[in-house]
Design a protein around this ligand. Structure first.
Ligand code: CMC
Length: 432
């Protein structure tokens, strides 16, 4: 960041604060308010942090108004079309796309960490068979810190690097096993002759009793889904990872915190919620009724897969997801998918409806991803898990960037207190 030379002046009751305006490479300037409390005796109020830049970052840039998403400067469309998920992971973590030799080394390191400690198998048995796989994922990832003690030394660069590689490598194994466990099926071990996406599909769908051949179109679609979910700057789960990490907590615990934050239906749980919503709507005839409910503020119903805190235009990931959706359905010979028909109809209506237009509510990445994943045979409960597998790359890159920042401090927001003023402790007789 650079000082723009501009200064905003804020006055309050005779006191004046000069707030330097800082410039990034892209995007709006920001006001540096770090001295505002010292100069004016007030804090700033921004619930939901919609107007607050919580950190400086070189990883991802979003222009929500224009529908732009860049990773380390590269447009998401070019990455989704031309890169592999492993190249994107290298890019996010290290700042540059790998050379061929660097890519081979990166992939080989990831492959050398795909297995889980055999003792971790026992963790799965502690869960009920009907547990949500996100619960299993969250618990098991948190437990990794009990297995990799050296990963808790976050002051050591080599140890940070090793933890990052372990997390990226092991997440698909934990995720697939969480699914297998809920199905009562045998765990399938990682296969290092396959790439990241192929290996995930194999661990999800193979059985030890027979050979499994990965469909290349589906593997490419899976790789693209992983790329599209890899990072999204300071969203709720990433901010959670940074906040947890700012205390010096180990990376496994921080990623478990990110998984917990991702689970909610307003965030990563939305792709699961989209499919539930489509199933509830049932048929095109019910769309008008459903849209009326969405517009009625008292109903509490939202059009899932629509709207975004940052994008006030088409989510660029949604466009790629829509194209991938058609590729997958055509490969699988699914000509008339009732859910897709319903989704397309809903999209058409919503894009032209005044309620959505006025509020700039466009389809987001989750609107189509659920349909693709369902067509691929991934159960609904695994949608957010897959999102977590992909986002682990972004989370750990953001965590690493934060830890390596000179002068990094604990994240500790302030508050506007509206509770009781100070009062004296009453005896039982004085209460009620
Ligand atoms: N359906 C109906 N109305 C909506 C929706 C929606 N999906 N999203 C926002 N609105 C309305 C909202 O009621 C409000 O209207 P009004 O101004 O009349 O009060 C206005 O649009 C602004 O909404 P907001 O809640 O202030 O917006 P936000 O930035 O706080 O919320 C959001 C963003 C993503 C949580 C929200 O759009 C939403 O709940 N969408 C559905 C869930 C979803 O698809 N989430 C996935 C997000 S993309 C993947 C990810 O990043 O995890």
């Amino acid at each position: 960041m650079t000082e723009s030379g501009k200064v905003a002046t804020v006055s309050l009751e005779g006191k004046t604060a000069s707030l330097p305006v800082l410039s990034g490479v892209l995007g709006p300037d920001v006001l540096d308010i770090r001295k505002i409390a010292a100069d004016l005796g007030v804090f700033t109020f921004d619930p939901g942090y919609g107007e607050t830049a919580s950190c400086e970052s070189k990883i991802t840039f979003i222009d929500g108004g224009k529908g732009v998403l860049l990773h380390r400067g590269y447009p998401i469309s070019q990455l989704a079309e031309q890169a592999t998920f492993m190249e994107v992971a290298h890019l996010l973590l290290n700042g540059e796309l790998p050379t061929r030799a660097q890519n081979d080394a990166f992939v080989s390191t990831i492959k050398s960490h795909t297995l889980l400690h055999e003792q971790i198998r026992n963790f799965f048995n502690g869960f009920r068979r009907d547990a949500h796989p996100m619960a299993i994922l969250c618990g098991t990832v948190g437990a990794l810190s009990a297995f990799y003690h050296e990963g808790t030394d976050i002051s050591n660069a080599a140890s940070r690097e090793l933890s990052a590689m372990r997390l990226i490598a092991k997440l698909p194994t934990i995720a697939a096993w969480a699914y297998k466990y809920t199905q009562g099926e045998a765990f399938v071990y990682p296969r290092n002759d396959l790439n990241y996406a192929e290996n995930f599909l194999s661990m999800m769908f193979a059985h030890p009793s027979e050979p499994y051949v990965v469909n290349p179109v589906l593997a490419r679609a899976m790789d693209r889904i992983l790329i599209l979910h890899a990072d999204h700057e300071q969203n709720a789960s990433t901010s959670t990872v940074r906040l947890a990490g700012s205390t010096g907590a180990n990376p496994f615990a921080c990623i478990a915190a990110g998984i917990a934050a991702l689970w909610g239906p307003a965030h990563g749980g939305a792709n699961e919620a989209v499919l539930k919503m489509l199933a509830e709507i049932g048929s095109k005839d019910n769309i008008p009724d459903f849209i009326s409910k969405v517009k009625d503020k008292n109903s509490g119903v939202r059009l899932m897969g629509f709207g975004h805190r940052v994008y006030k235009n088409f989510d660029p990931r949604a466009k790629i997801m829509q194209a991938t959706c058609h590729e997958v359905l055509s490969e699988l010979g699914i000509k008339d998918d009732p859910l897709l028909d319903l989704a397309i109809e809903l999209e058409k209506i919503a894009i032209h409806d005044e309620y959505f237009v006025k509020r700039s509510l466009y389809p987001n990445v989750d609107f189509y991803s659920g349909i693709i994943l369902k067509a691929m045979g991934i159960p609904t409960s695994m949608f957010t898990v897959l999102f977590a597998v992909a986002r682990t790359v972004g989370w750990i890159s953001q965590w690493k960037e934060m830890i390596e920042e000179p002068g990094q401090r604990i994240g500790r927001p302030r508050q506007l207190y509206t509770g009781s003023p100070q009062r004296d402790f009453p005896s039982y007789d004085q209460r009620g």
